[in-house]
Design a protein. Structure first.
Length: 292
């Protein structure tokens, strides 16, 4: 199985593991944003000062000793490097090394370090996307998630400053704003779930087939119990390019709507597109529940 497929499986089950149980504070049904979000009602959570060392340690356990040894070597070189250019080169290598083994959290911090030194749009965007991915893959309410959100917002804001019209940066920032609210956090600069959703809605207004914006709007609709709206978003994505992730969320939305036949068909599509024994076994369990 390709690495990308493995990551999709992890993301799907990580998201679904908390989707219906995470406290989605402020995500209720307002009229002004087509039922996606509203005001923040929770108290702000403190943000722990998370370092790259803190997220690298558990990531090394996941990738195994051989790959970890290669990264340890690069870390040692960075620690002993003298001069900004040498440090920057090693930070780029570490970002890519963590990216190659599908560990977005440590990769995000190194991409951010590079972006802070060179202030290039691509680096800010890359760092932001990895922070959003790290948030998505991390168990809800951990010490690291608030840091991923705050750093992701910083990165996307800088990307938007450099290219205000770029839809990828706007999409990432919108996602980060809503993630921030789901953690019960407030933004001192005024970022809000409403602002996040409006950014995403603006993206799909300009680009109705934008995959990431539609996927995020669909997931946020699921979190707020608006499964009809979620179905529309996921079907839009699938119409452009059939993928297992939107098919899985489509199946879950159908299930919540009581549309068992449609849910089973969508689950079957997941199995066809993701030939993995563990994944198939879980899907079979979902289908069995619907048939009983």
């Amino acid at each position: 199985m390709y690495k990308k497929q493995i990551v999709v499986i992890v993301i799907v089950f990580a998201v679904m593991g908390c989707l219906f149980f995470m406290p989605v504070k402020g995500l209720i049904k307002p009229k002004e944003a087509q039922g996606h979000t509203n005001k923040v009602t929770a108290e702000s959570k403190p943000v722990t000062n998370v370092t790259v060392e803190m997220v690298s340690a558990p990531a090394k356990i996941l990738i195994g000793p051989a790959l970890a040894a290669q990264i340890n070597d690069l870390e040692g070189q960075l620690k002993n490097a003298s001069g900004v250019d040498a440090q920057l080169d090693l930070q780029k290598k570490l970002a890519k090394a963590w990216d190659d083994v599908n560990q977005p959290a440590p990769a995000a911090y190194y991409y951010q370090a590079v972006a802070r030194k060179e202030n290039k749009f691509e680096d800010w965007l890359n760092a932001g996307s990895h922070f959003n991915d790290a948030f998505k893959l991390t168990t809800q309410d951990t010490l690291t998630q608030p840091s991923f959100v705050v750093n992701g917002i910083e990165c996307y804001k800088n990307a938007v400053k450099l290219k205000p019209a770029d839809l990828s940066a706007k999409t990432g920032l919108g996602i980060a704003y809503v993630n921030q609210t789901s953690m019960g956090m407030t933004d001192p600069e005024g970022g809000s779930p409403m602002q996040g959703i409006m950014l995403l809605l603006d993206v799909v207004k300009q680009d109705p087939n934008n995959r990431n914006a539609n996927l995020s709007l669909g997931m946020f609709a699921m979190k707020s119990g608006q499964y009809e709206k979620a179905v529309v978003r996921f079907k839009n994505i699938i119409a452009q390019k059939p993928e297992v992730e939107p098919y899985f969320y489509l199946a879950e939305s159908y299930k919540q709507l009581g549309m068992k036949k449609e849910a089973i068909e969508a689950y079957q599509k997941c199995k066809e597109m993701m030939p993995d024994q563990a994944f198939d076994q879980r899907i079979d369990e979902y289908i069995k529940e619907l048939k009983n």
